[in-house]
Write a new protein. Structure first.
Length: 369
């Protein structure tokens, strides 16, 4: 059986992981490589999967639990992609609030799938605005225990990839890179901008040529880790929409903007709220990764009678409050001319992480690819 390259891209909620998965898949496919992608979440109805499936790439979804707490399902997903997509490269995105991946995913993968998978260095994406605040001793607008997760993700990484380079000036980026190197001397620090295209090829060449994955294990206080996840309300939903000649882009904007204003009024911390609204072969995506100024939209679903909305929200509040806010905002933006039907709406707080494996030693890497 051929050896498949596995690249794991971690990093906090909203850091830009799915965007990079999509972009990296495009580049690799253009070079004739067969690519498989793996998404991951605590529940089904994933915006990430819906976005990635809009392209001709094979996507396997691990839902119901994070990779570390359901390691066998990650193995199944890689086997499925190896078989069905004959993947040369698999890129996997763990849940953004997960850490301790070196001990719970990378070491078990290296041990159990030697010869089948060659694991790349653990890449952790970091939003530059959040990272700058964390390095200045702040909490990046997050609960202290969620900020702890952010820091642990960086500490265990093999490569820290500062994302969204277009948000900083060249001088700010150089300063942030230097500060990150000093704070996390064990990691290589690189920058990447999917909007500008900067750094993507350089990062890809590096992860495809190296196999020193999970070079170190870190101490993680699972009580703080669990609290950092539990303070977040989590909501995944799929909603059918119908009406007469509805401009779906305006609807998507109004809905996400309405949610954003409510979260800002409550002065609560937004991990990531994202949506994809699909109408036939057209779609619009929307993202909120903090206060209202972080709102962004891409694409267009045009004007039509029917659409399907997938909405995922990770916000610091109880799941009940989050669900009430989402239901109220949805009601406010629908009426006799624009009706909504909730197909699935799940709201919850992630349970305590309980990994399938937790290695206390570093497994030797698989050699050169
Ligand atoms: N300005 C800018 N925004 C970016 C860039 N890359 C990604 N983003 C935006 O960052 C937001 C979050 O991107 P995602 O790729 O969904 O982030 P993620 O890490 O997968 O988020 P979760 O799956 O929720 O953890 C989106 O609005 C993206 O468009 C970039 O290079 N520049
Ligand atoms: Mg994602």
């Amino acid at each position: 059986m051929k050896t498949t390259r596995l690249i794991l891209i971690g990093g906090f909620l909203g850091a830009g992981k799915t965007t990079l998965l999509w972009e990296a898949a495009q580049i690799l496919m253009k070079k004739g490589q067969r690519v498989g992608l793996i998404t991951n979440d605590q529940a089904s109805e994933l915006v990430d999967t819906a976005i990635l499936l809009r392209d001709e790439v094979k996507v396997a979804e691990v839902n119901g639990s994070c990779f570390c707490c359901n390691f066998p399902s990650l193995i199944d997903a890689t086997k499925k992609l190896k078989k069905e997509a004959e993947a040369d490269v698999i890129i996997a995105e763990p849940v953004g609030s997960c850490t301790d991946l070196s001990a719970t995913i990378l070491q078990p993968l290296k041990q159990n799938l030697k010869g089948e998978l060659l694991v790349s260095p653990l890449t952790v994406l970091a939003d530059p605005v959040r990272l700058a605040d964390i390095l200045n001793g702040g909490h990046a607008g997050l609960h202290p225990s969620a900020a702890y997760i952010f820091k642990k993700q960086l500490e265990e990484s093999d490569i820290i990839l500062i994302s969204k380079t277009d948000l900083l000036s060249a001088d700010e980026l150089t300063l942030l890179t230097e500060k990150t190197k000093i704070s996390y001397p064990g990691a290589e620090v690189k920058t990447i901008g999917v909007v500008t295209g900067d750094g993507i090829e350089s990062w890809l060449n590096e992860v495809l040529s190296r196999s020193d994955a999970g070079k170190r294990l870190i101490e993680v206080d699972y009580n703080v880790y669990a609290e950092g996840e539990a303070v977040l309300g989590w909501l995944n939903s799929t909603i059918e929409l119908s009406g007469k000649s509805i401009d779906w882009d305006i609807f998507a904007r109004n809905l996400l903007c309405g949610l954003s204003k409510k979260f800002d009024n409550l002065d609560t911390s937004v991990g990531h709220v994202k949506l994809i609204l699909e109408s036939g072969n057209r779609f619009v995506t929307g993202n909120l990764t903090g206060k209202e100024e972080t709102l962004s939209f891409k694409g267009s679903a045009g004007e039509s009678e029917q659409a399907r909305l997938t909405l995922n929200a990770r916000v610091e509040m109880s799941p009940e409050t989050l669900e009430r806010i989402v239901r109220d905002t949805l009601s406010f933006h629908t009426n006799d001319n624009l009706k909504s039907r909730i197909i699935v709406m799940k709201s919850f707080s992630p349970g305590r992480p309980n990994p399938t494996y937790r290695f206390d030693y570093v497994v030797a890497s698989g050699g050169n690819f």
